[in-house]
Design a protein around this ligand. Structure first.
Ligand SMILES: [Zn+2]
Length: 415
């Protein structure tokens, strides 16, 4: 049950008050939501603030390289079909969780957490549910070792001293290896289009073939587990074998998978599946992702694509919509990862035959990649010029991390 702030120690209450003042000042100064600065102030004044603010409320931690923000939002929505669940917005290290944890009206908390901070946050919040989505390469110059993340999760789960239910993607071999023998676990067939980061078995390093349907087996015994939840076209199949229609406004197969995970979590918490799915239908965008804006007769829809796996998913979606134009917005700053060699791993050839414009700091790198892939394109110095370079109609805008945030600003999207 939500508790009032009076149940908190005076030190925590003072730390939260100081933090929310810092957040307000940051917002007034136009420096974003202010959640991170506010959280830093709160934690500096009371290092135990996160634990104290969470109290005895159930916490679900959501992590993985791709789909964290969207899945976190969907989990919170699904639980909220029954009781209020509050999620953090975007900032996914401990300071970014304080604002949501301070919401005393929330019956449950759902935290998107950076892959490397999961053990810390799980311990601080005594999380009861952990969602593991996927592990792929991201920011090549900084996090080159995906195995390190899998090992971190695996050792955390083997040491944890209280019951924690894991809801995990059965299709990602690294996730399956990280979960190991942990119980209880709910496996969801959440898909794994990007195979290049899991060519070797995480347990024995043998080259391990993956079948077309996403299955995998290895001589060492690391096999794809049987999933109790799966997506079949427009249907979600639950553990009893019953099917439920999934109508999302969020685009793409990957969001159906994210919804399947959200429903698996809310169902564990005894939320009615039909009511939870109904809540998900109303979600149109998540922190600027999938927002559409009409600019000079073009209906531009925004996608954040930050690494080879998410580019691959987004390109698959663009390729499945005949004739749709696309704008590729490429930066390579610190938050994007400064190494753009991943451009050569992504199947941009799928864009052949469409109207394509390229912009961003590293538009020349992108243009060379498209040229080699035989994809005709226009290179434009600014986003506005890129929009004008494609024909009127529906346009998908795919952008790396900092480029995405520049596009939100440029198109005046309030996220
Ligand atoms: Zn093996």
């Amino acid at each position: 049950m939500p508790s009032s702030t009076h149940a908190l120690p005076a030190r925590t209450r003072a730390a939260v008050a100081a933090g929310s003042l810092a957040s307000r000042i940051s917002r007034i100064l136009g420096r974003g939501h202010g959640a991170v600065i506010g959280g830093r102030v709160t934690l500096a004044l009371d290092n135990h603030a996160l634990t104290r603010l969470v109290g005895a409320r159930p916490v679900t931690v959501v992590t993985g390289t791709n789909g964290k923000s969207t899945t976190t939002r969907l989990v919170a929505e699904a639980i909220s079909a029954d009781r209020l669940a509050v999620a953090n917005r975007g900032a996914n290290m401990p300071p970014g969780l304080i604002e949501a944890a301070a919401r005393r009206d929330a019956a449950e908390l759902v935290f998107e957490v950076d892959e490397l901070y999961v053990p810390d946050v799980v311990r601080r919040t005594k999380a009861s549910t952990l969602v593991l989505l996927n592990i792929t390469r991201d920011q090549l110059d900084r996090i080159s070792e995906i195995r390190r993340i899998a090992e971190l999760w695996r050792s955390m789960l083997s040491e944890i001293a209280w019951p924690i239910t894991v809801v995990a993607n059965a299709d990602d071999p690294l996730v399956v290896w990280a979960v190991g023998d942990h119980m209880p676990v709910v496996w969801v067939a959440a898909g794994y289009r990007w195979r290049d980061d899991a060519a070797l078995c995480p347990r024995c390093s043998r080259v391990r073939p993956m079948s077309e349907d996403g299955g995998f087996t290895c001589e060492c015994g690391l096999n794809r587990p049987d999933a109790t939840w799966r997506v079949d076209g427009e249907l979600l199949i639950d553990p009893t074998g019953a099917s439920h229609r999934v109508n999302l406004q969020l685009p793409g197969e990957f969001n159906k998978s994210n919804a399947a995970i959200a429903i698996a979590v809310s169902s564990l918490k005894h939320v009615d599946i039909t009511q939870a799915l109904h809540r998900l239908t109303a979600v149109t965008d998540v922190s600027g992702r999938y927002v559409t804006r009409v600019v000079h007769g073009r209906t531009v829809r925004l996608f954040l694509a930050k690494n080879p796996a998410s580019w691959s998913e987004s390109l698959h979606l663009v390729a499945s919509e005949p004739g749709r134009a696309a704008i590729l917005l490429i930066n390579a700053r610190v938050a994007d990862g400064m190494d753009t060699s991943w451009l050569w791993d992504v199947p941009f050839e799928d864009l052949q035959g469409r109207s394509i414009a390229v912009t961003g700091d590293r538009r020349v790198d992108m243009a060379l990649r498209l040229h080699v892939g035989g994809v005709a394109h226009t290179m434009a110095p600014t986003l506005r010029e890129a929009i004008d370079a494609v024909p009127a109609g529906d346009v998908e805008l795919l952008a790396t991390y900092t480029a995405f945030h520049e596009a939100l600003k440029e198109l005046e999207v309030d996220w």
